[in-house]
Design a protein around this ligand. Structure first.
Ligand code: ATP
Ligand code: MG
Length: 567
């Protein structure tokens, strides 16, 4: 491929990076960063940013990506979040090596930069209340009004700012503002606040500071201090870019990173806002940040998602400059796609119905060899599956009065037990009170060992089963979307509570699984044939009771859509 052809296949962010490298704009360097605010757990939207930032660094020689905690807001942050963020980034497969930074490490430098702005006459201490500041900011169509404190002299400003730092004034009494232009068309340039007084402890700097820098001031300077070349952020910061550039242009900085905005990930039937996810946790709608229904990386991991699937998903959706809504079915497709060739098939009965093989000897046990990956039997070897007189099959694999097209079990009907024998249903036992079917009596055909009839008779249905005496009793949790609407909580007066799916969690407490699952380790993944992909829950399982989460069902609506589109 020629350089031009290579460039054509790049997304717009990578194109900018490639052009900058070519023109030696940042001395031929690529430095990116992933800058989470440690005020919650990371979600799949953050993964998009991680994959982009770490990905671009990895694709370029000597490219590096920093992990920077944007911890300028002292009240909402916590070490619990810092730790979980590191765990999640590592789990996704990225390494920041020794480049873990905190914006709070730069507080002194940032303070010095603020004093520098004051000395240049480009920042002033303003005594207006928050309410007055808001009122005098103007609107999209009207300019703002100058603060009466705008023309304070440099000495007075320095003195007041130093006393703000020393703790002489109450929260909200004064702020430091940049002196730019109250008539600027871009509202973010109308003398924005750059420091405010907050007499609260910070989780890293303790009580050393009672003034804290605002995001716009701290972020561009932190980028510059770290020598970031491309500061990639989401679209809502587009209007702040002139301010980002203004601070860097006024101050004696060594490097001027370029801010590039891309569209954030929006996923259908999913909320991606840490604030709202926090509400789900605090209101106990879910069991925690790692509830398998959460779109958090910890939730997805617990549910059985792999880092590869998430990275592939992020690469598949790509980056663009326009907001869009990604179908959650694409995420589900990514995990199926990844697990398909990776995990063994096993048999697990989720809603057991007892079957007695009336003509099978009472104490006999046979073992059938079952390939772990039937589509490629060499790849994963096989296991021995025990068979005996009493079995469990799936309740939904029997119908007392089946329609013609039902190829599973019914009175007098014959079906294939996967890897074992053909059986015919001869007896239906019901609970005398409820009338519910509680047991089936069947006859097996000893000549059909392995599941094939020597006389060539056709048996369409094949069902899974487990031997009752050998089965592992376990709990299985099935998940559905947490929300019933495509854009939960979005729109005028919208409240996500109204969009919740009451049936998002289904607990099946009496499942009977193939004996080999007794060996499952936390997080280990399987396909339960005909039921989906499952992973052993590392949190809910105990040494005596295993709990499996269904990661995803087998039916792939996305693959179907993609197939149709191709036709
Ligand atoms: P939230 O809106 O969930 O509170 P945030 O943007 O406030 O997220 P940060 O911790 O500030 O969360 O985000 C860290 C990085 O992840 C930022 O660069 C941000 O742009 C990016 N990011 C956050 N949400 C998404 C998303 N949905 N899609 C892509 N990138 C995202
Ligand atoms: Mg944020």
């Amino acid at each position: 491929m020629s350089t031009n052809e290579q460039k054509e296949s790049l997304d717009f962010v990578r194109t900018i990076v490639a052009n900058d490298l070519e023109s030696k704009k940042h001395n031929g360097k690529v430095r990116t960063r992933f800058p989470p605010e440690p005020n919650g757990y990371l979600h799949i939207g953050h993964a998009k940013s991680i994959v982009l930032n770490f990905g671009i660094a990895a694709e370029n020689q000597d490219g590096k990506c920093n992990l920077r905690f944007d911890d300028t807001n002292p009240v909402k942050e916590d070490v619990e979040y810092t730790d979980s963020i590191k765990e999640d980034v590592r789990w996704l497969g990225y390494d920041w090596e020794d480049r873990q930074f905190f914006a709070s490490d730069y507080f002194e430098k940032l303070y010095q930069f603020a004093e520098e702005l004051i000395r240049q006459g480009k920042a002033y201490v303003c005594d207006l209340s928050a309410e007055e500041t808001r009122k005098t900011r103007g609107t999209m169509t009207e300019p703002g009004q100058n603060s009466p404190y705008r023309d304070r002299g440099v000495e007075e400003n320095l003195d007041l700012f130093q006393r703000m730092r020393a703790g002489e004034f109450a929260d909200g009494a004064r702020v430091l503002r940049a002196k730019i232009d109250m008539a600027a068309a871009n509202i973010s340039l109308r003398d924005p606040t750059i420091y405010r007084i907050r007499k609260v402890d910070h989780h890293r700097t303790g009580d050393s500071w009672c003034i804290y820098p605002m995001y716009d001031f701290a972020h561009c300077l932190s980028d510059s201090i770290e020598g970031i070349t491309h500061s990639i952020c989401t679209l809502e910061f587009q209007n702040n870019r002139p301010l980002y550039d203004w601070f860097l242009a006024q101050l004696p900085v060594e490097s001027h990173p370029q801010q590039i905005e891309f569209a954030r990930l929006n996923l259908s039937y999913t909320m991606l806002s840490k604030r709202k996810l926090m509400q789900l946790v605090e209101e106990k709608v879910v069991s925690g940040w790692d509830d398998p229904r959460m779109p958090t990386l910890s939730g997805l991991r617990r549910r059985g998602y792999t880092p590869e699937a998430i990275r592939n998903f992020c690469e598949r959706i790509g980056v663009a400059k326009r907001d869009s809504l990604v179908d959650v079915a694409l995420l589900e497709h990514s995990i199926r796609d990844d697990l398909n060739w990776k995990v063994p098939r096993v048999m697990g009965v989720l809603r057991p119905l007892k079957v007695v093989i009336d003509n099978y000897p009472e104490d006999q046990v046979e073992h059938f060899e079952a390939p772990n990956l039937p589509d490629d039997p060499q790849k994963m070897g096989s296991r021995q599956v025990p068979f005996s007189r009493e079995l469990y099959i799936e309740r939904t694999d029997f119908m007392e009065d089946p329609p013609k097209k039902f190829f599973r079990l019914g009175p007098g009907r014959e079906v294939r037990l996967r890897w074992a024998y053909l059986i015919t249903c001869e007896r239906v036992v019901k609970d005398p009170e409820s009338g519910e079917v509680i047991e089936l009596g069947c006859r097996y055909d000893p000549a059909t060992k392995g599941g094939n009839a020597p006389d060539g008779r056709r048996v369409k249905g094949t069902i899974h089963w487990v031997s009752a005496a050998h089965a592992l009793a376990a709990e299985v949790r099935l998940y559905d979307r947490l929300f019933l609407t495509e854009k939960p909580g979005v729109g005028k007066d919208a409240d996500w509570h109204a969009d919740l799916n009451p049936d998002s969690l289904q607990v099946l407490a009496d499942c009977q699984l193939e004996a080999s699952l007794d060996q499952a380790q936390p997080g280990q993944k399987y396909q339960f044939e005909r039921q989906g992909y499952f992973a052993l829950d590392p949190v809910a399982s105990s040494p005596t009771r295993k709990v499996f989460n269904r990661t995803v069902a087998l039916r792939d609506s996305w693959a179907k859509i993609a197939k149709k589109a191709k036709k």
